[in-house]
Unconditional design. Structure first.
Length: 148
């Protein structure tokens, strides 16, 4: 999809929704142990730093985009957000704070996480290439020589 087709107001609405979703996710993930969710183990504590860092980075990036969102910056901040999500996912995969009570289900979840661990770096690379291409696209430059 061509990102420039979406009007700025629509993109800003999307950033605001992402901020709200991240805040809700932050509350949920930090209360899972208090709520005694049966398949979440105490090892979640070992992952919280990475998950909270990823959420914080995402919140900051979305807030930046609310005020300034040229195409090149959207792609670049997606690289940043995805990179921190990857760190969080690696920590989660290594600690694996889940126990469904069934080794088969645990292995299926681990497999799914492993697939995402393979795909996410590719997505990061693609977004980085898109950021560079958008930055080098001279049609985005104003007559005064400034990047739009």
């Amino acid at each position: 999809m061509n990102h420039q087709v979406i009007p700025r107001t629509g993109r800003v609405f999307g950033y605001l929704v992402a901020i709200v979703v991240n805040l809700i996710g932050w509350v949920i993930v930090n209360n899972l142990l208090n709520w005694n969710v049966p398949f979440v183990t105490d090892r979640l504590i070992e992952c919280l730093w990475a998950i909270n860092l990823s959420i914080a980075v995402s919140l900051v990036c979305q807030m930046i985009l609310v005020f300034y969102d040229p195409l090149w910056l959207r792609h670049l901040l997606q690289v940043v957000m995805s990179s921190f999500a990857l760190i969080s996912l690696v920590v989660f995969y290594r600690v694996f704070p889940l126990d469904s009570g069934s080794e088969a289900w645990n292995q299926i979840v681990r497999l799914g996480l492993g697939i995402v661990l393979i795909i996410l770096p590719l997505a990061i690379l693609i977004e980085f290439i898109r950021a560079v291409r958008a930055l080098l696209d001279t049609s985005e430059w104003t007559a005064a020589g400034e990047k739009r």
